[in-house]
Design a binder for this molecule. Structure first.
Ligand SMILES: C[S@@+](CC[C@H](N)C(=O)[O-])C[C@H]1O[C@@H](n2cnc3c(N)ncnc32)[C@H](O)[C@@H]1O
Length: 188
């Protein structure tokens, strides 16, 4: 059965609930204490989870509430404005962002776009400039005009350097929007 879009108030409610389930901000788990390096468990802290500053025990994304909301907005805007192209995430961890992107496509009835997810699934390597540069070099030319480029790790000096250098080299002057302490995006 197809539900007329105007009456489909269930879709945004479903996406809201899904976001909270993915990052567990309404279903608190625990977090690893990253400062000690001992993987000791600490109590859930809503402020940390909102900004994606913790390492969750069970949540399937570490980006936090604000970046998940922003991701949904970017995906919905791309669909509303009919910006062509698939969605892609590089570095997926437990897959929460990919699940949200897939859910946006499903709830809006888009059966044409794919969600591409890339990961080594070999843990976190030491940060360096090359990986971010490599991803931008390969994928940026494929981003549609007015498409969204979201960077989760802009707080990492190596990531910021790669992004800033890439933008300078390719004369990208689109304004950067800050999502939270580490997340940014711009439109091509
Ligand atoms: C910070 S986590 C990503 C968090 C994820 N976006 C989320 O929503 O929770 C980084 C991920 O990138 C992957 N990764 C890091 N370096 C990589 C590389 N050079 N090639 C492929 N995957 C890589 C890791 O395996 C890890 O899953």
């Amino acid at each position: 059965m197809t539900i007329p879009a105007a009456n489909n108030t269930a879709a945004p409610r479903y996406l809201d609930l899904l976001r909270h389930a993915l990052c567990r901000d309404h279903f608190p788990d625990a977090r690893y204490d990253m400062s000690s390096g001992s993987l000791q468990l600490m109590p859930f802290d809503p402020a940390l989870r909102a900004e994606g500053r913790d390492w969750p025990l069970e949540a399937v994304t570490m980006v936090g509430t604000k970046r998940l909301e922003n991701l949904q907005t970017c995906c919905c805007t791309a669909l509303e404005e009919e910006i062509p192209g698939d969605f892609v995430e590089t570095g997926v961890w437990r897959g929460g962002c990919g699940i949200l992107m897939r859910a946006v496509l499903t709830t809006t009835g888009d059966e044409t776009r794919k969600v591409w997810l890339f990961d080594s699934f070999a843990g976190l390597p030491k940060p360096d400039v090359k990986k971010t540069w490599l991803v931008l070099s390969h994928l940026y030319p494929r981003v549609s005009p007015a498409g969204f480029v979201v960077i989760d790790d802009y707080a990492l000096p190596t990531c910021k350097a790669a992004v800033d250098n890439f933008r300078a080299k390719h004369s990208i002057h689109s304004p950067i929007t800050t999502i939270d302490w580490s997340g940014i995006f711009w439109r091509k």
